[in-house]
Design a protein around this ligand. Structure first.
Ligand code: NAD
Length: 326
C-alpha cells in the first residue's frame, strides 16, 4: 500500500523503515490536520500520531483523496472523529498496548524526580553548589498513591509502586481482580483522591473524563499532594491546576502531556517567543516538572509500535480480521 506517514521525526523514520513489510512509505514532518489533508492525494492509507487532528472535515478530504485506512502509531484515539470515520467506512486501527511499562516507568521517574529533586541537585552540583537546603523529599514507602485508571499502564505502575512499599488506592470503572488480590483497594473517584499523597492519571481522554481534575475535584486533594499526568492533557483543567499550585493545594505537578501540546511538544522552540501563557506560567513554578510526551519513548516501545503498525496494515491489505480496530 502507499502510505502517507505524518508527524515524523528521524526516530520514527528509522523504526518504521526497519520494520516495513513492503509498503511504499512517504514521510511528512507536518502533522495531519485541515491545513495538510490535501497532501494525502494518491495515498491508500495515512499513518498518524497523538497530535494529528482527524476531524470530520479532514476525513472528508481523506475519502475524496482515495484514502481507505487510518493507522494510529499510538494507543489513544481521542484525536480522531470515530463516528465520522465509521460513516465514511474508513477503518481506524491503533497500537493498543506497546510496552505499558515504558509509560509507567516514566510516571515513576516524574514522581521520584519531583520528590527527591534530582534535577535541581544535578544543576546545583554543576555550579559547585553542594548545599542540601530545600532539597528535602519524603519517603514513598508507606505513602498512599491514587491510581486513576488501572488498564495496561495503570496496572504496570501499581506493580512498580508495590515494590516501593506504597499503599495503592485505585479508581476504575472496571476494577482489576488481580490487582485487588494483590492488595490494591478500589473506591469512588472522590474516595480515591482524598488522603492520597500522590495521584497518577491513567484513564483515557473521553467526553466523560475531560477535565476530570478540575476546581471541584482539586478541592478533594490532600493539601500539598502530588499530581502526575502521563495520559492525556485534556484530563486536567490547566487553569484550575495553576490556581491550586498558587494556593499550595497542590504541592507538586508532573506532566508528560498538556491540553494544548499540539503546537509545542516534539518541536524545538528554544529561539521562539512562546505564545502559550498557561504553559509559561506552569514552567515558572519550582514544584512543576514537564516532559514533552516522552513516556512512550523507549527502544522497546518504538519496536512494538512499528511492528504492530505494519501488522495492522497487512491485516487490512490481506482482508484479515482487524483486531486493533477502534
Ligand atoms: P487501557 O485502555 O489499557 O486502560 C485504561 C483504563 O482506564 C481501563 O482500565 C479503563 O477501564 C479505565 N477507564 C476508562 N474510563 C474510565 C473512567 N471514566 N474513569 C476511570 N477509569 C476509566 O489504556 P492504557 O494503555 O493503560 O493507556 C492509558 C492512557 O495512557 C491512554 O488512553 C493514553 O491516552 C495514555 N498514553 C500515554 C502515553 C505517553 O507517552 N505519555 C503513551 C501511551 C498511552
Amino acid at each position: 500500500m502507499r502510505i502517507a506517514v505524518f508527524s515524523t521525526y528521524q526516530y520514527d523514520r528509522d523504526f518504521l523503515t526497519r520494520h516495513n513489510t513492503g509498503h511504499e512509505l512517504e514521510f511528512f514532518v507536518l502533522p495531519l490536520n485541515e491545513q495538510t489533508a490535501q497532501l494525502t492525494a494518491g495515498f491508500d492509507a495515512v499513518c498518524i500520531f497523538v497530535n494529528d487532528q482527524v476531524n470530520a472535515i479532514v476525513l472528508n478530504t481523506l475519502q475524496q483523496n482515495g484514502v481507505r485506512l487510518i493507522v494510529l502509531r499510538c494507543a489513544g484515539f481521542n484525536n480522531v472523529d470515530l463516528e465520522a470515520a465509521k460513516k465514511l467506512d474508513i477503518p481506524v486501527l491503533r497500537v493498543p498496548a506497546y510496552s505499558p511499562e515504558a509509560v509507567a516507568e516514566h510516571a515513576m521517574a516524574l514522581i521520584l524526580t519531583l520528590n527527591r529533586k534530582t534535577h535541581k541537585a544535578y544543576n546545583r552540583i554543576r555550579e559547585g553548589n553542594f548545599s542540601l537546603e530545600r532539597l528535602m523529599g519524603f519517603n514513598l514507602h508507606g505513602r498512599k498513591v491514587a491510581v486513576i485508571g488501572t488498564g495496561n499502564i495503570g496496572k504496570a505502575l501499581c506493580h512498580i509502586l508495590k515494590g516501593f512499599g506504597c499503599r495503592i488506592h485505585a479508581y476504575d470503572i472496571y476494577p482489576d481482580v488481580e490487582l485487588q488480590a494483590n492488595g490494591v483497594t478500589y473506591g469512588s473517584l472522590e474516595e480515591t483522591l482524598a488522603d492520597a499523597d500522590v495521584v497518577s492519571l491513567h484513564c483515557p481522554l473521553m467526553e466523560s473524563t475531560k477535565h476530570l481534575i478540575n476546581k471541584h475535584t482539586l478541592e478533594l486533594f490532600k493539601p500539598g499532594a502530588m499530581l502526575i499526568n502521563t495520559s492525556r492533557g485534556g484530563l486536567i483543567d490547566t487553569i484550575a491546576v495553576i490556581d491550586a499550585l498558587k494556593h499550595g493545594r497542590l504541592g507538586y505537578l508532573g506532566l508528560d502531556v498538556y491540553e494544548q501540546e499540539g503546537k509545542l511538544f516534539f518541536h524545538d522552540l528554544s529561539e521562539d517567543i512562546i505564545q502559550d501563557d498557561l504553559i509559561m506560567r506552569l514552567i515558572s513554578f519550582p514544584n512543576v516538572l514537564i516532559t514533552s510526551h516522552q513516556g512512550f519513548f523507549t527502544k522497546e516501545a518504538m519496536e512494538q509500535i512499528a511492528t504492530t503498525t505494519f501488522n495492522n496494515i497487512d491485516a487490512y491489505a490481506g482482508q484479515r480480521e482487524l483486531v486493533n480496530r477502534v
